[in-house]
Design a protein around this ligand. Sequence first.
Ligand code: NAD
Ligand code: IPM
Ligand code: MN
Length: 369
Amino acid sequence: MANPSLLILAGDGIGPEVMTEVKKIITWFGTKRGVHFDVTEDLVGGCAYDKHGTPLHDDTMARAMQVDAVLLGAVGGPAYDNLDFSVKPERGLLRLRKEMDLFSNLRPAQCFDALADFSSLKKDIISGLDIMIVRELTSGVYFGEPRGIFPDNEGGRVGVNTQRYTTNEIRRVARSAFELAKRRGNKVCSMEKANVMESGILWREEVQWVHDHEYPEVELSHMYADNGAMQLVRWPKQFDVIVTDNLFGDILSDCAAMLTGSLGMLPSASLGAVQANGRPKALYEPVHGSAPDIAGQGKANPIACILSFAMALRYSFDMGDDAARVEKAVETVLANGARTADLMDKDGGTPISTTQMGDAILAALDASL
Ligand code: NAD
Ligand code: IPM
Ligand code: MN
């Protein structure tokens, strides 16, 4: 059988720095576990714009459609802030999500014991935390039409975006949330703003429909997203799976990330429909961005990107045991006190570099054999 194929799109800023550490782990799987991946690399974001005048070349898009999984670092940066909207780095990522139809974005927030003291919240509020945010990723206000900046009728301008969801779009992401919940704590909380938005009313009704007709055994609750933000900070352990739309999911997952200690810890999987070969279309990326404030300094925490690769092992390659092995290695190095700068508390200490963190995780992987 052919080796599983990976397309690596490291992107901009700290993207290539954290992806270097993932590449070491991919190599480790080949040499130490006999699991070989066919890896190709290409450009996305600002670096693709620099070379091709577009943040995602058509050939790269075509390649992404063919491989078993895409691994992405991060895109964007101040050098590209003033580009025309149509060629901004972020548009490359959005095109990948849309054309691969990656409608279900899994953003787990788990608190490692070693970091329980580090969160900005009290230890008992976050220790043992394990929640999964399922963010709809291909629709809503990110893609709805009409959109644009137009002249208004007072001599000024009007900026327009449209929140739009169909029955099918809501039902399919709801199904993925219920499926996940069945394998976890059996609870789904759906978040929208049905009190002010028609799309929120439809969201609530359709999630309820999927529950009643297909997953009556899973506990379902509904919450307004603003209350959800508050509850995430007040008592996050009340949640198991949260399902929400594209924009609320973007914001709530950054919030959940900080519960775990740092944005540099949070991985994600973006999944589409299961194909004939049994694998979903899939892209794996850390939740964080290109972090221009620390790019090029060797300070970035590679754990979010490494844990995203672990999610690829689990969700694309049915290698749950190896995913757990990578997660355990991360847990071990954190328990041993390894900390990148984002994980240092106010009392100081000496942070290790991106490379040192990657090497420590590799050493823990070696020790796991
Ligand atoms: P960001 O996530 O890049 O950074 C926010 C803060 O978190 C910064 O202080 C940064 O130093 C820190 N941080 C992020 N990742 C870290 C890591 N791995 N280790 C240590 N610290 C880390 O968000 P931003 O500053 O709002 O955006 C910067 C650029 O990234 C923008 O162009 C934005 O559009 C883009 N962005 C891209 C993605 C993506 O590619 N998926 C996601 C978010 C933002
Ligand atoms: C994310 C990012 C992206 C989003 C941007 C870079 C397009 O913030 O993946 O969380 O808004 O979805
Ligand atoms: Mn975001």
